[in-house]
Design a binder for this molecule. Sequence first.
Ligand code: PAF
Length: 309
Amino acid sequence: MDVTVATDRAGLVKARDGLGPGRIALVPTMGALHEGHRSLMRLAREHADHVVVSVFVNPLQFGPNEDFARYPRTFEADLRVCEEEGVRVVFAPSAEEMYLPDRQVGVSAGGMGGVVEGAFRPGHFDGVLTVVLKLFNLVQPDVAVFGQKDAQQLALIRRMVADLDVPVSIIAAPTVREPDGLALSSRNRYLSEADRRTALALSRALRAGAARAGMTDIAGVAGAAPTGMAGAAEAAGAVRATPAEILDAARAVLEEAARFDPPLLLDYLILADPATFAPVSDDHRGEAILAVAAKVGTTRLIDNVVLTL
Ligand code: PAF
């Protein structure tokens, strides 16, 4: 079945009406679709009868010195991906269609939007939540799928849905990685060959941290089973690593990469509570997110892995 493209509200209503009965899953994207987005679409199909993908590079979530202008825009290729993945509707509005010129009201991500990633990107999560809520209101999906790769975004969207009683179920999709461990991202296409070699330190650091936490199946960090990695050391009766020890193991890899050419410039490395993004304490039990952000050349990259402490 062909994919219907809607670029305005009226077109979206018509396309949505044309879907007929059944559950709708929304996959919000900013385009430049890659294998990671394909995995979101496939997961969406498992949870609904119809999949709608939005393609919108949201100006509200970019800071003044960020990459809004150069963010890759590959609409024709994106459409082919959507067709191949059985997507029924692509909603690709302009900024003018999405936002009134005298726009006043938006969603505030609160305190949780100002920590970790939010501390480096002021206003970013307000912009993300505002566009996501608008997309929910316009598309009216039953479920929406987001990548675990943007872990804090995912946590904040869950928070928004809970705090504002938004009637959409949120589904998390595991991070998809290159065979060498690099997490897929639309921004990877900015990386030169040398940048890419340095960038591999991010997933290597997460692997080192996960191994320190007792995770033996380190292939999981490189892509096989990226979430919910159990502390095998504890299961085997060994002494649990503390958060500081896990962070030290990861930091050692990042410090080495700070001496590469080009160097890795670390923004943050944190072991965080997945629901609040506050740093975990020594007595934390259960899931914790080991998250990292760094610049390599002109590209800023983020990555994370879910550990079970
Ligand atoms: O994750 C993204 O691509 C964006 O932040 C999203 C959720 C599509 C909102 O613009």
